[in-house]
Design a protein. Structure first.
Length: 144
């Protein structure tokens, strides 16, 4: 009897922790991309599946990189089959599978537009021009 009661208490406390965490997430308004460890372990990702997931969600490589927390180069390498996602990144991809286009758009809006906008970098020539003073050409003088 005591062992059953202690098991039930543990289960209730685990459920209370989970609900407190979910209420905290709802209060902040930020949804997290999570999946259960069983789902992550069972899931398989090929380069073709990653690309088709991205296309199905209607997002760019940069937007997918923002959602998963990696670089655009990592997304490219996943799609080419050079590397495979592991750990938390694989977990976020499993969670992305469950979402539709609308939910993904909302997540991208929450993450902020500044992360999805392209930042333009000045060319090397433009940066050098600002640091160096302009050189004046010496006039050719003709000797008569």
């Amino acid at each position: 009897m005591k062992s059953t009661v202690s098991q039930l208490r543990k289960a209730v406390s685990a459920i209370e922790r989970l609900t407190a965490q979910q209420q905290k997430e709802l209060g902040t308004g930020k949804a997290r991309l999570e999946a259960s460890p069983e789902e992550v372990k069972k899931s398989r990702f090929s380069s073709r599946l990653i690309r088709s997931l991205r296309k199905r969600l209607g997002i760019t490589q940069k937007e997918m990189a923002v959602l998963t927390g990696v670089t655009v180069g990592a997304i490219y390498q996943w799609e080419q089959g050079i590397f495979e996602p592991r750990g938390k990144k694989k977990e976020t991809l499993v969670a992305l599978r469950k979402l539709g286009r609308r939910e993904v758009r909302k997540l991208l809006e929450e993450r902020g537009p500044e992360k999805t906008e392209k930042k333009f970098r000045k060319s090397r020539r433009e940066r050098i021009r600002k640091t160096r003073p302009k050189r004046r050409r010496a006039r050719k003088t003709s000797k008569k």
